[in-house]
Design a protein around this ligand. Sequence first.
Ligand SMILES: Nc1ncnc2c1ncn2[C@@H]1O[C@H](COP(=O)(O)OP(=O)(O)OP(=O)(O)O)[C@@H](O)[C@H]1O
Ligand SMILES: [Mg+2]
Length: 216
Amino acid sequence: MLVITMASRKGGVGKSSCARALAVQALIDGMRTAIIDADPQGTVLAWAKRREAKAPAVYSLEGSTLEGRLESLQKASADLVVIDTPPSIHPIIGMAAQASDLVLVVTGPYPDDLSAIGSTVQIAKGQGRRGGIILNRTPSKAAALQLARGALAVFDLPICPTAIVQRVAHPYSSSEGMTAQEWEPGGSAAKEVEELWRWTKALLGIKAVEVAEATP
Ligand SMILES: Nc1ncnc2c1ncn2[C@@H]1O[C@H](COP(=O)(O)OP(=O)(O)OP(=O)(O)O)[C@@H](O)[C@H]1O
Ligand SMILES: [Mg+2]
């Protein structure tokens, strides 16, 4: 079972959106996938309630520790677990990172966003975990992105070559308990998420997966 933690100290950068998008893309890829919503705001849990499809299974940490939840998902033969975390440097993020194969730090492209990510990167690195950076809610203009990529180089982590552009497909799909790929298959947002997933798989070292029959 592979585990990814989504993290960023800054709020509203798209941790929960990217967590859902990656989990759904992994499902499409045939992986038995679950999300642990470790954020007391319960953004992903609320999304799951709006969602018609049963998968991915979404769990809170109410009545369970992170370790306990991961153990039961392992027993249920999950292939992939995505942990969504709160916007802070709360200890749960260190615990999630420690339990993960990969920590993905989500950030916007502007100086106010970028200046906040150092502490999150340190959490990933401090746990000796593989990390990566996702640029989300970006303009489609290349100049802003080039500046952001330059500023992020200091962290010496892989940066997803595909930035996730600010597009209404993300909030609109969320309002229906879906992701952009489901809401507008083949659209620009969907293509970006597919590329994000391809990059994530490479970081996880996933080559081929068998088609799953059920969701844990
Ligand atoms: N690429 C995008 N384009 C447009 N809107 C986006 C994009 N990514 C996220 N959003 C929207 O931005 C808002 C915040 O996103 P999200 O809840 O995923 O951020 P977050 O980092 O998880 O927030 P928090 O720190 O509060 O947990 C949501 O309304 C979401 O739909
Ligand atoms: Mg969130």
